[in-house]
Design a protein around this ligand. Structure first.
Ligand code: NAD
Length: 482
């Protein structure tokens, strides 16, 4: 763990083994932290906040740029560690690392741009302005699927706004977070950044319920997000919740087949389908359904599975066997209800170890099936035909989640209807799962509260104060007596 500028095992008497999902070998171990460690980290972060919030903007920007440069200097090492700990092929972690580095640079600049606004006075002689102030200690609770990217999207804006942070990485992937902090945060004053490793109920909950942690920035499952919301409600904590998704893709009749097939495979299978914005439901116009499903099955059947450190690997393992079993259960249930697996859904015989599952293309699905309603978080592409665009939009919206949605079409009339009528925080047209620092990312409906990235992602870490300043003073006619 990293508390008050020191690496420590804190009060932990046990360790959590960290497993390489491609080999099932134990990579290393991290301390099994507890409430006492959270308290120590929050105390350090609170003490550090007193000075950190007063650091002039240019100095703070320089500190964040320095962190970005140090992370860049460890790019290769961190990308490899991410692959060993989480399983994604190296090219995907190379991309994750670039995002992490650039996020620190982006918020270093954005946060010195403005800190509120001056507004016209409401009374004569007054000067009115809005101040954006940091909250204090921000608790950052991070999942395992993008261990550093999702950390950077919280940590960089929180620090840039003048808060200090206590980070709780996933118990499955704490090594990369610890290494990042070790490599890139030694120039920050002790206590500004802290990391407490351990399990959700043992470290995450004490952080959520700690009286001196006013903000919780959480990315993870809907179930844990709801639990956190319940715990935090009595204390009126500010919650930033990035939760699950069940993203739809609609493929219009005019879509180019090659583009639709490879774009869909990418959107559904990147990180072995373990992405909150994975395409998990696909609606294909009936006129192109037979050809598209055939070509997709052919394309997906040729993707190469293996250890993400090896060159030429497209698809890595799933993170753990329990997640693979969940996907297999959803598939088996769908088949028992009439679905047909065109390809995949198997444990590959040629790779005896690791939590691999061959990517599946499934037809004959409908919205009664869990496969079309619940988050799958695995390498599965279920295809369903539609007759007209009204039906496609209705199907896309028939979901509790609203994280992202994609349309494959060059027809501007369809595009306009899609981005106006589909309820999702991100809409992609013809280029799914891209990000842009300058624009907000987050979910509608049950996919969460708040946004990351962009100005919106910085504003999450400020609270606003409106100052009414009567510069001259004096007795007002609207005071007593009436
Ligand atoms: P998870 O909810 O199981 O765990 C997320 C984090 O919460 C972990 O650090 C975990 O230890 C912690 N946690 C667990 N129980 C807790 C508790 N009681 N109190 C406090 N913290 C607790 O999720 P996961 O399996 O790590 O990640 C996968 C999920 O994350 C998927 O549902 C996915 O959609 C979601 N996700 C969402 C986004 C997004 O931006 N919307 C991005 C990535 C992942």
């Amino acid at each position: 763990m990293y508390i008050n500028g020191q690496f420590t095992s804190g009060n932990a008497s046990e360790e959590i083994s960290i497993v390489d999902p491609a080999t099932e070998e134990i990579l290393d171990a991290a301390p099994r932290g507890a409430a006492k460690d959270v308290s120590a980290a929050v105390d350090a972060a609170r003490a550090a906040f007193v000075d950190w919030k007063r650091v002039p903007a240019n100095e703070r920007a320089a500190a964040l740029h320095e962190a970005a440069a140090k992370i860049r200097a460890h790019h290769e090492e961190l990308a490899r560690l991410l692959t060993r700990e989480e399983g994604k092929p190296l090219p995907e972690n190379d991309e994750e690392m670039r995002w992490v580095e650039d996020t620190f640079d982006y918020y270093a600049e954005l946060a010195r741009h403005e800190r509120g606004r001056v507004i016209p006075p409401g009374e004569p002689g007054q000067f009115n302005f809005v101040l954006k102030e940091p909250y204090g200690v921000v608790g950052c609770i991070v999942p395992w699927n993008y261990p550093l990217l999702l950390l950077a999207w919280k940590m960089a804006p929180a620090l840039a706004a003048g808060n200090t942070v206590v980070i709780k990485p996933s118990e499955l992937t704490p090594l990369s977070a610890l290494r990042l902090v070790e490599a890139a945060c030694d120039h920050l004053p002790p206590g500004v950044v802290n990391v407490v490793t351990g399990y959700g109920p043992e470290v995450g909950e004490p952080l959520v319920t700690h009286p001196h942690v006013p903000v919780i920035a959480f990315t993870g499952s809907l179930a844990v997000g709801k639990h956190i919301a319940r715990l935090a409600a009595p204390m009126m904590k500010r919650l930033h919740l990035e939760l699950g998704g069940k993203d739809a893709m609609v493929i219009a009749p005019d879509a180019e087949l090659d583009m639709a097939v490879s774009g869909l495979a990418y959107a559904a299978l990147i990180n072995t389908g373990q992405v909150c914005t994975s395409t998990e439901r696909v609606y294909v116009h009936e006129s192109i359904f037979p050809r598209l499903s055939e070509e997709l099955a052919d394309f997906v059947g040729k993707l190469r599975l293996g250890n993400g450190l090896d060159e030429g690997v497209d698809i890595g393992p799933m993170i753990r066997d329990e997640f693979r079993i969940k996907v297999e259960e959803q598939l088996a249930e769908a088949v028992s209800q009439g679905a047909e697996i065109l390809v995949g859904g198997q444990r590959p015989a040629q790779i005896p170890r690791g939590f691999f599952l061959t990517p599946a293309v499934v037809t004959g699905v409908d919205h009664r099936m869990r496969l079309m309603r619940e988050e799958t978080f695995g390498p599965v592409i279920p295809l369903m035909p539609y007759k007209d665009f009204d039906e496609a939009i209705a199907l896309a919206n028939d979901c509790q989640y609203g994280l992202g949605a994609t349309l494959m079409s060059r027809d501007a009339r369809l595009v306009k209807r899609f981005f106006e009528e589909v309820k999702a925080g991100t809409i992609w047209i013809n280029d799914p799962l891209t990000d842009n620092f300058a624009g907000p990312f987050g979910g509608m409906k049950m996919s969460g509260l708040g946004r990351e990235l962009g100005q919106e992602g910085l504003d999450e870490y400020y609270e606003v104060k409106h100052v009414h300043w009567d510069i001259e003073g004096g007795v007002k006619e609207y005071w007593y007596p009436y």
